[in-house]
Structure formats: C-alpha cells, structure tokens
Design a protein around this ligand. Structure first.
Ligand code: APR
Length: 233
C-alpha cells in the first residue's frame, strides 16, 4: 500500500512595502524623492482631501496607475514568487501596485488597497477591476455614485488585517522587505511573529528594527535573491 507522504511545507510570510517596487521605477513615500516629499498627504490621501478636491485625488492616482501599467517586477519580486516552489508562501503587502501578481505570486494580501481597482464613493463594498484605466470625475458605479480609487486613505480602516495577522502568527519564517514600518496598523504586523520564527528584514536604512529581526541592509534586488537561494538550497 503506497504511503501518502504529506509534505508539510514550511510557512513563509513576506511583508512588503514600497521599497520592493522602487527598483521597478515606482516611487516610495518617505525616501528622498518619495511621493510625500512632493505631494501633500492631506490633499491626495485622506477622505477630507477627496471631499475638498476629488479631481486632484483622481489625477494623483491616475498618474501612479499609468506608471504601474509600465512597471515590471524586479529580481526581488521574482525571487519571492519562486519561493512558492518549496514553501507555503503568503505575501502581505502595503503596496497598491500589482508587481507581486505580475511576478507570479499566487497568495497576495493587500492591506492598503489596489490601484487596479475602483470602488463606489458611496458603498465601499462595490469594487470593480479597472486595470490601468484612469478614473475621471463623472465616472460612476452601477448605483450612480462617483467612482474613487480602491485605496485605503489615512483615517480609513485597513483591509484584511485579521487575516494578515493570523498569517504572520503562523509563519515559520517572516521576511520584511522595503518598508519603513512607520504606518500603523500595518507596521504592527511584525509584532505577531513568533519568537521561534526566523525573522529577517531588508531595507536601505531603518530608523528602528523590530525585536528579533536580522537586518540585511541593501537593495532588495541584491539582498532578496541571496536570501531566497539560501532558503531554497
Ligand atoms: N531596496 C530595499 N529597500 C528599499 C529600497 C530598495 N531599492 N528603496 C527603498 N527602500 C526602503 C527604505 O529604506 C524604506 O525603509 O523602503 C522603505 C520605504 O519606506 P516608505 O517610503 O515609508 O514606504 P512604506 O513603508 O511602504 O510606506 C507605508 O505609508 O503612505 C503610506 O500607504 C502608504 O503603504 C504606504 C505606507
């Protein structure tokens, strides 16, 4: 009687931020040259800013969406996607781009929304795929309300946090890539990692390191393939 070997793959959770997409040409937020150096967070990333001037908000995301359309996943996204060959991998990303999906990752949890989706400004449950299309003033959902980007603005409730925290809690390895860990509650996800889990963080620089995380300073496209090669080895 053949014995069914159930391969219990180790679980890896990867928490990513804007830094993993920087080398694909997408701006980060707080680095020099970051988006919040040239745009007012209040004006383009709050419900108040939307109420005050929706056209400025729509154009801000239309510009970013056009860049995402042209962006390609880089060596870090591709290395992370390759991990799925040997591990049970879940990506929890603060990014609204779709580069993890373009790289072939299959389990991607977005906590700050997705720029390729729009939603009704009246009913947050009414979400539609728009790909890389602009959203203009006057574009409405089926119920006639103005469409807005499906993005979590400051002061709005973050998505999928319960599921994301559970994934981190269950992880054998937690890999944090390209986030300053400065925006909560997403930044607090690192605190759910078990003491027994292997914890690694890759960034260009960090103001503070979460407890127990080993810091690899450098570019994601240089550091991540080396870490993944070691894990797959
Ligand atoms: N390789 C690795 N890390 C990088 C690279 C790179 N090439 N370039 C930048 N970084 C790192 C920086 O060192 C920094 O730690 O990426 C991080 C970028 O930090 P932020 O700009 O604050 O981006 P992020 O942490 O994703 O911001 C979180 O803030 O405004 C909100 O909703 C927005 O999701 C975003 C959240």
């Amino acid at each position: 009687m053949p014995v069914l070997l159930y391969l219990n793959k180790e679980k890896i959770v990867i928490l990513t931020g804007a830094g993993i997409s920087a080398e694909s040409g997408l701006s980060t937020f707080r680095d020099s040259g970051g988006l919040w150096k040239s745009f007012s967070v209040y004006e383009v990333a709050t419900p108040e800013g939307w109420e005050a001037n929706p056209e400025i908000v729509l154009e801000f995301y239309n510009q970013r969406r056009r860049k995402v359309a042209l962006a390609q996943p880089n060596a870090a996204h591709l290395a992370v996607a390759k991990l799925e060959e040997a591990f049970d991998v879940t990506i929890v990303t603060q990014n609204v781009d779709n580069l993890h999906e373009k790289a072939g990752s299959t389990k991607v949890v977005h906590v700050h929304g997705e720029i390729t989706k729009a939603r009704s400004s009246a009913d947050p449950a009414l979400i539609s795929d728009i790909g890389y299309e602009d959203i203009q003033l006057g574009d409405t959902c089926d119920e006639g309300s103005q469409l807005r980007p499906h993005i979590v603005w400051f002061g709005e409730s973050v998505q999928n946090m319960e599921a994301a925290a559970k994934h981190v809690e269950e992880a054998d390895k937690v890999l944090v890539i390209g986030t300053s860990l400065s925006v909560y509650p997403a930044a607090g996800l690192v605190d759910y990692a078990q003491a027994s889990a292997e914890k690694v963080l890759v960034a260009l620089e960090m103001d503070h390191l979460p407890d127990g995380f080993r810091f690899y300073q450098g570019k994601a496209t240089e550091q991540i393939p080396k870490i993944i090669e070691k894990w797959m080895g």
